[in-house]
Design a protein around this ligand. Structure first.
Ligand code: AMP
Length: 221
């Protein structure tokens, strides 16, 4: 019954919360479980920079490399195009978008959202997590204090060296947190008002957070 529901019900999920709350990790697990695409604006910007596109380089040098948000018009255009793709027809998990009220309002015009899930975490834990987090450039898997790689600084799957994101340096993390409070935290009120807000304790084990999110989503199926 549940399997049938998962196959037929459209699921448009927004995951938001401070940087380092575990959105990326949860989004990947949920995408795999519900078989819908994981749409991460952060990944899109990093990929564009790695490919050397003008937009990617500009976004990195002027914005994300410094801990600032990429302007709404660029980000909204990117997301609109991505959500219009065929693989998003059955739903999607948005990770890191919206991050401003302007983006949330634009998203309402692009697609109907079913759940806005806030992953909460304290600043102290976030700083500890981000400054020790490592990522695989190839598959994007994130390693940290709670999930260390089996071999020192090598991806378990790809066996390639892991890297520390430039924007995970402590001074940049502090700036990202400041930006979060000012620009993204107002989304809590926005999604509370339209009844879509659900909040999850992001300081629990990864499996427990995943379970909590699955329960919220399955409630509505
Ligand atoms: P993330 O991997 O989600 O932490 O994103 C990395 C960086 O990409 C952020 O610090 C921003 O500079 C930029 N970015 C990602 N998503 C957005 C967004 N929705 N709006 C503006 N900038 C974004």
């Amino acid at each position: 019954m549940l399997f049938l529901a998962l196959k037929t019900k459209k699921m448009n999920i927004v995951l938001f919360g401070p940087p380092g709350a575990g959105k990326g990790t949860q989004a990947k697990l949920l995408a795999n479980y519900f078989r819908i695409p994981h749409v991460s604006t952060g990944d899109m910007f990093r990929e564009a920079a790695a490919e050397g596109t003008r937009l990617g380089i500009k976004a990195r040098d002027e914005y994300w490399g410094k801990g600032n948000l990429v302007p709404d018009d660029i980000t909204i255009g990117l997301v609109k195009e991505r959500l219009g793709a065929k693989d998003c027809e059955k739903g999607f998990i948005l990770d890191g978008f919206p991050r401003t009220i302007g983006q949330a309002e634009a998203l309402e015009k692009i697609s109907k959202i079913d759940y806005a899930i806030e992953i909460q975490s304290s600043e102290e834990i976030i700083i500890k997590r981000l400054t020790s987090r490592l990522q695989c450039k190839k598959c994007g898997k994130i390693y940290g204090l709670d999930v260390p790689p089996k071999k020192d600084k090598l991806c378990d799957k790809c066996k390639l060296p892991l890297y520390h994101r430039d924007d995970d340096k402590e001074e940049v993390v502090r700036e990202r947190l400041r930006v979060y409070k000012k620009q993204t935290r107002p989304l809590i009120k926005f999604y509370k008002k339209n009844g879509l807000l659900r909040s999850i304790n992001g300081e629990q084990k990864i499996e427990k957070i995943l379970d909590d999110i699955k329960k919220i989503v399955q409630e509505k199926l």
